[in-house]
Write a protein that binds this ligand. Structure first.
Ligand SMILES: [Mg+2]
Length: 345
């Protein structure tokens, strides 16, 4: 297969994540039993449209605000430091929470460059942790944690960090990974709320550079072990990702639901990422099969769908995503425009 261009991979990643999110959103709070009863033996395989649109959820909204913060940092500073990137993303998230609550932005907070459209303003089951943290008036960091949450709300929005920083020749992988973790730590204070974001940033960065997914995952495990050397709790994450790799390779696994169930529900970040790793390794060439596996289970279907869609979208590129997942996708124009803005080479 011809090498995909950076444009193809970046657009594939953003559209893929939004498509997985929109496919999973209607079944986020349904058990597997209810999903298979309501949608048939393969579960939900096509968007459930609302007034002709496949609605995105908070995962995609916040992903767009992550991209907005990174892009505004570059516009303001040219060559931002990690602190400048993170501060700017924090300010973009304050814009998101202002959209969500209807409260005006605090004085001094710059307005985001995103359009004020219903897709970004409507409440789509936003995570409590994100809302509460962003209304606290403080930006969470590794040292000044706002809570002890390891919910997946931190990791589900970090893809743009990898998309932008992987293209910067002067930005080391470790630096990019730490920006990913710090962006998650703005709202999520538990180690397992932000370490998986460093890992995910690394995996996605390697895929953008053209690495096969197994190698990207191996490389990321190694990198994150060093970055978070000595941290308690991290072994739980590593063993879950190892299990996801084994399940993806295991020819005796016939049913994605069995594999996903073994990895958990995806409500907490280490499980969300492990489920996405399984789905992406197992179905790397088949976007539909990957996102269908990622959303048809008891757990947090939109977030597992979003992360899987990010990974497989970057692997197959925009042209590898079936048109039926693109045409009715809400926010498609702003996603495609943001993808263009993120391309640097
Ligand atoms: Mg959501």
């Amino acid at each position: 297969m011809a090498q995909l261009s950076m444009e193809e991979r970046i657009a594939g990643c953003l559209i893929g994540g939004a498509a997985g999110d929109a496919l999973g959103f209607p079944v986020e709070f349904l058990s597997a039993e209810s999903i298979f009863r309501d949608f048939g033996e393969r579960g939900i395989t096509d968007y459930l449209l609302t007034e002709g649109k496949a609605c995105i959820s908070d995962d995609t909204q916040m992903t767009l605000f992550t991209a907005d913060g990174l892009l505004r940092a570059e516009a303001a500073f040219g060559d931002p430091t990690p602190d400048e990137y993170v501060q700017s993303v924090y300010e973009s998230y304050l814009n998101w929470v202002s959209f969500q609550t209807g409260e005006p932005l605090a004085p001094g907070v710059p307005a985001s460059s995103l359009p004020d459209i219903p897709a970004l303003r409507e409440r789509r089951a936003p995570g409590n942790t994100c809302i509460t943290a962003l209304l606290s008036g403080r930006c969470g960091t590794f040292e000044r944690r706002l809570n002890n949450s390891k919910g997946c709300g931190g990791v589900m929005r970090v893809a743009p960090v990898a998309l932008l920083l992987a293209q910067r020749a002067d930005c080391s992988r470790a630096r990019a990974d730490m920006v990913g973790a710090r962006v998650a730590a703005i709202t999520h204070g538990h180690l397992l709320g932000y370490l998986p974001a460093a890992f995910f940033t690394h995996v996605l960065g390697e895929i953008l550079r053209g690495a096969p997914p197994e190698r990207a995952v191996e490389d990321a495990l190694f990198a994150v072990r060093i970055l978070f050397c000595g941290s308690a709790d991290r072994s739980r994450f590593f063993s879950l990702v190892r299990r996801a790799q084994e399940l993806a390779r295991d020819r005796a696994v016939f049913d994605d639901l069995d594999a996903v169930r073994e990895l958990g529900g995806g409500w907490v970040a280490e499980e969300t990422v492990a489920i996405a790793v399984y789905c992406a390794l197992r179905h790397r060439d088949d976007f539909e099969a990957a996102v269908v596996a990622a959303v048809n289970h008891d757990g947090d279907s939109d977030s597992t769908g979003a992360l899987t869609g990010n990974l497989v979208g970057a692997l197959v590129g925009l042209s590898g995503i079936p048109a039926r997942f693109l045409d009715p996708l809400e926010g498609k124009d702003v996603l495609l425009r943001t993808a263009e803005q993120l391309v640097r080479m």
